[in-house]
Design a binder for this molecule. Structure first.
Ligand SMILES: Cc1cc2nc3c(=O)[nH]c(=O)nc-3n(C[C@H](O)[C@H](O)[C@H](O)COP(=O)(O)OP(=O)(O)OC[C@H]3O[C@@H](n4cnc5c(N)ncnc54)[C@H](O)[C@@H]3O)c2cc1C
Length: 341
C-alpha cells in the first residue's frame, strides 16, 4: 500500500483537470483493501474510489482520501465441456477494454459491443456500462466487494445489484459503501452476435464475415470516428443520460418535432436522444473559453486544455436550461460531479 499527500489529479481523470487530492492511497491486493477498512489503518473521510476517472468531473480540490486500486488478473472460473457458457472473472483494476479484447481472442461472446469503453472492470457494474444495444448487466454473474465500514467481503448476485440504465445499487442506496474487487461474467462459448444497433451491421459487413473479431473492430472503428480520444482531448464521454419520458409526452413532442428520434423501452416508456435535443438547441461545436461541446457528438463536453471543472459544470447547466426551455425535458448528468457546487 502506498499513501501520497497533496497529489495532483490531472492523470487520474479523463477531463485532464488539475485539482489536487489531500490524500491518495494506492492498493494492489484485496488483502490491502481489507486491512485498510478493518480499522487498522487511519485515513481521512470522505473516501472516493477511483477507477480511470472517465465518468468523473472534479470541480474542486478533493479534501479527503482517494482510493486508487490496481486489482489485476483475468481468470476462467468455470468451463464445462457440455455447457454453452463459461464463467470468467477479472480484477476490478483491469482496464475494461483489455478484458473485452481477451474475451474476443478466446472466442467468448457477450462483451464485444462494449469494446473501447474507457475505464476499469470495477466500474462496469457500478455504471452498468452500455453501448451499441448491449448492457453489461446481461453478462454479470456476480460482483465481489469489500465493505468499507469493516473490511468484510460481500458477494452481490446479479439480481441484488438492482441494475438500471447506467445505474446500480452501487450508485444508489449502497453508494460509497463497497469497493468492488472482482467481477464475474457469464459469457457464451459460440458467437451470438448483436448487430441490431445503428450502423454496426453495415460496418461489420464492410470488414468481412460476421465474426466476434469483426464486431469488435467495427465498434472500435465507429467509436474512433465519432468520439474524441481522452488522451488527446479531455472529456468523459456522454455527459448526460438519454432522458426517459412517458409515451404521451413523447407523442406530443413528436407532433411538434417530427424528426425527433424516439426509442421505445420494454417498460412502455420512451427514451429520447439527449445528443439530438442538445444539437437542436444550437450547442454542437460551441465553445466558451476552454470548455466546449464536441462538434461530432453534442452529448460530449470537452476540455480544450485550460477549462476548470466549474466552467465545464456551468456549461452543462446552460445546456440543461436551454433543453428544458425548448422541449420541457430535464437532462440528467451521467457524469458524476465531485466537489461542492
Ligand atoms: C470517450 C469516452 C467514451 C465513453 N463511452 C461510454 C459508453 O459508450 N458507455 C458507457 O456506459 N460509458 C461510457 N463512458 C463513461 C465511462 O467510460 C464509464 O462510465 C466507465 O465505466 C467509468 O470507469 P472508470 O474506471 O473510469 O470509473 P470512474 O470514472 O473512476 O468512477 C465512476 C464511478 O464508479 C465508482 N467506482 C469506480 N471503481 C469502483 C470500484 N472498484 N468499486 C466501487 N466503486 C467504483 C466511482 O467511485 C465512481 O462513482 C465513456 C467515457 C469516455 C471518456
Amino acid at each position: 500500500m502506498k499513501i501520497y499527500k497533496n497529489i495532483p489529479l490531472k492523470k487520474y481523470n479523463t477531463f485532464g483537470l488539475n485539482y489536487t487530492a489531500e490524500c491518495l492511497i494506492h492498493i494492489k491486493t484485496e488483502k490491502e483493501a481489507s486491512s485498510l477498512f478493518n480499522g487498522s489503518a487511519d485515513w481521512k473521510k470522505p473516501l472516493l474510489i477511483l477507477g480511470s476517472g472517465s465518468n468523473i468531473l472534479f470541480i474542486d480540490d478533493f479534501k479527503g482520501t482517494i482510493l486508487y486500486h490496481e486489482l489485476e488478473g483475468i481468470k476462467i472460473e468455470e468451463q464445462k465441456q457440455n455447457k454453452e457458457s463459461v464463467i470468467i472473472s477479472a480484477g476490478a483494476g483491469v482496464i475494461w477494454d483489455k478484458l473485452v479484447e481477451w474475451t474476443v481472442e478466446n472466442g467468448y461472446s457477450g462483451l464485444e459491443n462494449l469494446s473501447l469503453i474507457p475505464g476499469t472492470v470495477g466500474a462496469s457494474p457500478v455504471q452498468n456500462i452500455g453501448a451499441y444495444g448491449t448492457e453489461v448487466k446481461d453478462f454479470i454473474e456476480k460482483v465481489k466487494t469489500i465493505r468499507i465500514s469493516d473490511g468484510t467481503v460481500r458477494i452481490f448476485q446479479n439480481s441484488e445489484c438492482k441494475f438500471g440504465y447506467r445505474n446500480s445499487i452501487f450508485k444508489k442506496e449502497e453508494k460509497g459503501h463497497y469497493l468492488v474487487t472482482r467481477v464475474y461474467y457469464k459469457l457464451i462459448k459460440k458467437p451470438l452476435l448483436n448487430l441490431a444497433y445503428g450502423s454496426l451491421k453495415e460496418e461489420v459487413s464492410r470488414l468481412g464475415s460476421e465474426s466476434l473479431k469483426n464486431v469488435r473492430q467495427a465498434v472500435i472503428n465507429i467509436r474512433r470516428n465519432k468520439l474524441p480520444d481522452p488522451q488527446i482531448i479531455g472529456n468523459a464521454g456522454s455527459f448526460f443520460k438519454n432522458p426517459v419520458v412517458s409515451r404521451s409526452m413523447a407523442d406530443t413532442l413528436k407532433k411538434e418535432y417530427i424528426l425527433m428520434p424516439l426509442f421505445e423501452d420494454q417498460s412502455g416508456l420512451t427514451k429520447l436522444a439527449a445528443g439530438w435535443l442538445i444539437d437542436q438547441c444550437g450547442w454542437k461545436g460551441k465553445r466558451i473559453g476552454d470548455a466546449g461541446v464536441h462538434d461530432k457528438q453534442a452529448l460530449v463536453l470537452i476540455n480544450y486544455g485550460k477549462a476548470t471543472g466549474k466552467e465545464i459544470y456551468e456549461l452543462s447547466q446552460a445546456i440543461q436550461k436551454s433543453v428544458n426551455e425548448k422541449f420541457g425535458v430535464e437532462l440528467e448528468r451521467e457524469v458524476e460531479v465531485i466537489g461542492t457546487i
